[in-house]
Write a protein that binds this ligand. Sequence first.
Ligand code: NAD
Ligand code: AKB
Length: 312
Amino acid sequence: MSKKDVILVIGSSGQIGTELVQKLREVYGTDNVVASDLKKTEQAKEGPFEVLDIMNAQQLLDIVSKHKVTQVYLLAALLSATAEKMPKFGWQLNMEGLFHVLDLAKEKIISKIYWPSSIAVFGPNTPKKNTPQFTVMEPSTVYGISKQAGERWCEYYFNKYNVDVRSLRYPGLIGWKSAPGGGTTDYAVHIYHQALKTGAYDCFLSENTTLPMMYMDDAIKATIGIMEANAADVKIRSSYNISGMSFSPKDIAAEIRKHIKGFEISYTPDFRQEIADSWPQSIVDIEAKKDWKWMPEYDLAKMTEIMLANLK
Ligand code: NAD
Ligand code: AKB
């Protein structure tokens, strides 16, 4: 990022935004990172903040002009579980928000975009284990369909309009600083809170549901890593697979038990089980490792230690 760059983070008060804004401000300076969300939050006390509804293209343009924004990180979206409850709205928000930002770059008003995709782009016909970058996708959730379409549009805007858009297919993300916002992998955050609070957790996924997951610090490192990479090294302009760890509710419970003796887990699968069953169990990320030197640092044991120590 050059000295003249100003970043706008849209959807900054959510699970990822809370941590990403902190890190971006640490790296690039508080005044160079504008946070924005539907409502004013505590973030407004820490640095520049704007109330922004990403569905409103004029409001977005006004804020971009006011702060002379050059880079946008678009995090506002409905996640998998919430989008299944509001399919049309989920589609609208996830797609229109992206178009509003892509079009700003097409018009050369901003110069770089970060937009996250998800392992939800994969579906029931995708190979479940060691899912490669390029494979059958066919997502079966509204969220997954919107992410796959988003990936296609990002690549299209790069090829046709030279828009510098970069993207990662995040797995389920786990951190202690912020709460998850309506996804299928949220249980892996809730479980730590409940373990400390009550010593027990009733999981909405079944015991052997293995999913790709990642500690938040790794996700933030990957995000800044791909945005800092030389444009020529970012060879995939749809979205990159990235992998951290894979575990099931049973595995994470066993790891927690190493710290909290007698921790109990029960299982009451709900509608999110079907979503989880449609996703891969593990992801191969050799392209990200090769192209822009991505490397994760956290496994389940290290993450569990940190989560419990900080949530205490
Ligand atoms: P979140 O739900 O925690 O946060 C989203 C934020 O967007 C919220 O603060 C919300 O108020 C805001 N928002 C909603 N509608 C908005 C609108 N119209 N205008 C402006 N802001 C609006 O989500 P998150 O977990 O931080 O995820 C951020 C992005 O990363 C999403 O695109 C999500 O699909 C993707 N992702 C997240 C995960 C994960 O595990 N957290 C995994 C894969 C992909
Ligand atoms: C969700 O569960 O919806 C997200 C994701 C994996 O995209 N955490």
